[in-house]
Design a protein around this ligand. Structure first.
Ligand code: SAM
Length: 248
């Protein structure tokens, strides 16, 4: 199968049709604008972390970068020298280019399957990064796929590098169905500007595509693939989202 066909398949799997994509994208913009997923707080923590850790210029790879709007806020007034964003969505990458430009760092943008590209980059060992970052994307993968991706990410880090993961995380002993019901309960209660039709799309997306791990599962993967340390830097009030650091 050619790379182009594979890319079209993942784009189709991710968003089904252009119209469906546009609707999903509009809902996600509404979510960001109203801070329904807590981006404001968590990206403030990301900013503090980057300032504390990198007093010299650093490079960052962002997997599933979306429009890069919150990442741009986190990167402003840091020592970011070069940013590489990968996303399967063409409009997201177009917006990310404009947003990241505000930081003044060198920006590289790739349209493609970020998990596949992570594998390729790790194999050819030509490019390494100080920070590999992914936010609200890894939970779509199954447990074994997450392990493979995190192993590749480890091989993409420069000495002293950090893998920073922002994602939804299940509570310990919470099964997936209970998590989905808990998350959707919060959406119903707190996402007050979402229309009934938009709620249906959110419900269908989360019910069919979200496979969050527990923190201890992620810690086990970190140990298994050889990270030396693992830290939960932030957990939100609803106990659905965490910022986790994997240290080389
Ligand atoms: C929920 S959004 C998160 C965007 C951004 N990281 C944020 O935190 O706001 C998930 C993003 O991951 C992208 N994505 C999902 N699966 C992908 C894949 N296999 N390869 C590249 N991008 C992917 C989607 O296009 C979307 O932009």
């Amino acid at each position: 199968m050619t790379e182009q066909i594979k890319l079209e398949m993942i784009q189709e799997e991710t968003f089904l049709t252009e119209e469906f994509f546009n609707q999903q994208w509009q809902i996600y913009q509404k979510v960001l604008k109203n801070n329904y997923m807590g981006h404001q707080e968590i990206y403030n923590v990301l900013h503090e972390l980057l300032v504390k850790h990198w007093q010299k210029p650093f490079t960052m790879l962002d997997l599933g970068c979306g429009d890069g709007s919150f990442t741009t806020q986190a990167l402003l007034n840091t020592q970011i020298a070069e940013y590489t964003g990968i996303d399967v969505s063409v409009p997201a990458i177009e917006d990310a280019k404009k947003n990241i430009a505000v930081t003044g760092c060198q920006g590289n943008f790739i349209i493609g399957d970020c998990w596949e590209l992570t594998n390729e980059l790790a194999q050819n060992e030509q490019q390494k990064f100080d920070v590999v970052f992914t936010s609200f994307a890894l939970h779509h993968l199954q447990l074994e796929e997450k392990e493979d991706v995190i192993k590749n990410i480890k091989n993409l880090l420069k000495p002293g590098g950090i893998f920073i993961l922002i994602d939804v995380v299940r509570q310990e002993n919470e099964d997936r169905d209970t998590y989905v019901q808990r998350y959707l309960g919060n959406v119903k209660k707190d996402w007050t500007l979402i229309t009934p039709q938009e709620y249906k799309m959110v419900d269908s997306h989360i019910s069919s595509r979200d496979f969050p791990e527990t923190q201890s599962n992620l810690k086990s993967i970190s140990e298994k693939v050889g990270f030396s340390d693992f830290e939960c830097v932030y957990r939100d009030e609803l106990d659905t989202t965490q910022l986790l650091c994997f240290y080389l």
